[in-house]
Write a protein that binds this ligand. Structure first.
Ligand SMILES: [Zn+2]
Length: 443
């Protein structure tokens, strides 16, 4: 099972100075920065997915600058992502349209012909057909019953595009593998879309619209799809947000999935920000310690403007929190003293009150318990990845993109070895024969 990382320019500055809290003045973004596979010294994924919508253009506002977008098209995906070294030659480069970026449009802004050309010219190894997201989801819907007029329209657009996409790829003898995208409003309609894609000639399907669904709903869809297509049809899950549940999906014979989840959770999750391998085949999570920049944090600045706190007091508390975390890391400060200094600064964020007035509140007590565990277990000392070794305690400090993304990249490394351990377990316990079920396409 291939773990594909959905990139959106997730690089860090290898020369970032944690003590001065800044990059060198001469740093050139992108050129002087490191992708995860550069800073770790190996690729913590089996492939990278780039969405057309993330690159952007005059129609869709992406994340790339205009000159980055031009360079991507000029030098191709592999060179742009700096995956053009022999050590990374085995990595796949998936492309999709990034259907979320045009979800409110009546039709996708890209044509099938244009996307085939884009994937081919930019050297993608795999390219997804042009889909249109369907938001309705009815887990009980059977066959192609139900579905709003809008959902049915998007279903038709997605399938028409897939047909044109495949014909065009065949016509130009494309060097990438085309994937037909499944969109539907129910397990039954997704199964029907999958059946039609197989009939068009696709042997690799990408299942879209999974991002908002919970694991049991995703499984209902996979069940229905697996029943409708041959076992030889490969399945990819697009935007698999439930990546940590991956072990419970192994019965569906998923060939690949893409996600940003391990990276994003480093700074978007309330509690589970830092991964380590846990007991058996589980993942272990730790809460990162928030010490935001006093002069940049909007909430803290609002409090200063309202006169609740003085700016110099904020800076003093921020410095005390950072200073004691570093001293604790060196073995020069006690846990309780460090925790206290962190909580004094946290109170301003959590309760917008001074610690003396809210230190015992339920929210502060919960936070204290999570931070105490992180400090007591010192998880960053237990990881040998290049990031944890060089950043040490800064990897667990929730503050600014250089620390937060480093923690996210560390999570990618832990997640990659988690997937490898699961695959190893499956290889050992592999049933002698794959389930043989007659499916619609084989009958
Ligand atoms: Zn690490």
């Amino acid at each position: 099972m291939k773990f594909v990382f959905a990139d959106s320019l997730d690089y860090v500055d290898p020369n970032f100075d944690f003590i001065a809290d800044r990059s060198p003045a001469e740093r050139q973004p992108y050129w002087d920065d490191s992708y995860p596979h550069e800073i770790l010294g190996y690729a913590p994924y089996d492939g990278v997915l780039v969405s057309r919508g993330i690159i952007g253009d005059h129609r869709v506002k992406g994340k790339y600058t205009a000159s980055q977008a031009r360079r991507f098209e000029l030098v191709g995906a592999r060179k742009f992502l700096r995956l053009d070294k022999p050590a990374f030659a085995h990595l796949d480069i998936f492309g999709d349209c990034g259907a979320f970026s045009y979800v409110s449009e009546e039709r996708p802004p890209y044509s099938a012909v244009e996307m085939v050309e884009f994937y081919e010219d930019c050297g993608f190894t795999h390219g997804c057909s042009v889909d249109h997201i369907i938001f309705d989801f009815d887990s009980a819907g059977s066959g192609v019953d139900g579905g709003s007029a809008d959902a049915r329209n998007r279903f038709d657009i997605t399938l028409e595009n897939a047909d044109a996409f495949r014909r065009e790829a065949e016509q130009i003898d494309a060097s990438f593998t085309p994937l037909g995208v499944v969109q539907g409003w129910s397990p039954g309609s997704m199964a029907e879309a999958a059946r039609r894609l197989v009939a068009m000639g696709y042997d690799y399907l990408a299942i879209g619209g999974m991002v908002p669904l919970k694991s049991p709903e995703i499984k209902l869809c996979l069940d229905a799809i697996r029943d409708a297509v041959p076992w030889s049809t490969k399945l990819h899950i697009l935007g698999f947000a439930k990546a940590d549940d991956i072990d419970s999906f192994h019965g569906f014979d998923i060939a690949s999935f893409d996600t940003t989840s391990p990276l994003i959770r480093a700074f978007k999750d309330a509690k589970q920000n830092y991964y380590l391998p846990g007991e058996g085949l589980a993942l272990h999570y730790f809460t990162a310690i928030r010490v935001p920049q006093a002069i940049e944090n909007p909430k803290l600045q609002r409090s200063v403007k309202k006169g609740v706190f003085r700016a110099e007091d904020l800076l003093r508390m921020e410095a005390a929190a950072l200073g004691s975390l570093r001293a604790y890391d060196r073995g020069e400060a006690e846990l309780e003293e460090t925790l206290h200094n962190v909580l004094v600064y946290s109170a301003l964020l959590v309760e917008e009150k001074s610690f003396d007035d809210c230190g015992g509140s339920p929210a502060m007590a919960k936070l204290a318990a999570r931070y105490r565990r992180t400090l007591a277990e010192r998880p960053w000392k237990r990881c040998g990845c290049a990031i944890c070794v060089s950043a040490s305690v800064d990897v667990i400090i929730f503050r600014g993109s250089n620390r937060n993304k480093r923690r996210g990249i560390h999570n990618l490394a832990i997640y990659k070895s988690h997937i490898e351990r699961l695959d190893l377990k499956r290889a050992i316990n592999r049933p002698t024969e794959l389930p043989r079920r007659l499916c619609a396409a084989e009958q």
